[in-house]
Design a protein around this ligand. Structure first.
Ligand SMILES: [Zn+2]
Length: 169
């Protein structure tokens, strides 16, 4: 009798353990795919949708589209806010200021020439970098499931907690 019970228990255990190993148990939906932050950053920096990498991220210079035309990802929940300009200032400043100081120390150019070089360079570099920084920020937020890029029900929460955010973007 005990041998029979042991055999049945082993059979049940083997069958159920094999089933559990073959497929992870999920409740309430499929297992979420892991999102690569490097891929999200790269796709965003290329001004494409962080999810598919094909649809355009912006409809204007830095105006984020509501949804991706290619994969339908809702992009309206991002909260890049003032991070892109901050990043742009940090990066451009750390390139231009040392370069300007080095050129001044080494070649002593007249002031008008310094302004003629660095002024336009700052403007061009800033305008070039700003949408890249914003795209990268949106891509990072998507990869980390932040704000509207979570599992769907945190969009309203983000809006409720940060009512002034729309004014900044
Ligand atoms: Zn897409």
């Amino acid at each position: 009798m005990t041998a029979l019970i042991r055999r049945v228990a082993e059979q049940v255990q083997r069958r159920y353990l094999a089933a559990m190993r073959a497929e992870p148990q999920t409740f309430g939906g499929p297992v979420e795919q892991k999102r690569s932050w490097t891929r999200g950053l790269w796709r965003g920096a290329r001004k494409t949708c962080p999810q598919c990498g094909r649809g355009r991220l912006f409809s204007g210079y830095t105006r984020t589209r509501e949804t991706c035309a290619n994969c339908g990802l809702n992009l309206s929940g991002h909260r890049a806010d003032d991070a892109p300009p901050y990043l742009t200032i940090v990066i451009v400043g750390h390139i231009v200021v040392p370069a300007a100081l080095a050129v001044k120390q080494l070649h002593h150019p007249p002031l008008w020439l310094q302004f003629a070089i660095w002024g336009p360079l700052i403007i061009v570099a800033t305008l070039w970098l700003l949408p890249i920084a914003k795209g990268a920020m949106v891509g990072l937020q998507w990869a980390n499931r932040m704000h509207g890029f979570g599992d769907g029900d945190d969009l309203d929460e983000a809006d409720a907690g940060n009512p002034g955010a729309d004014a900044l973007t």
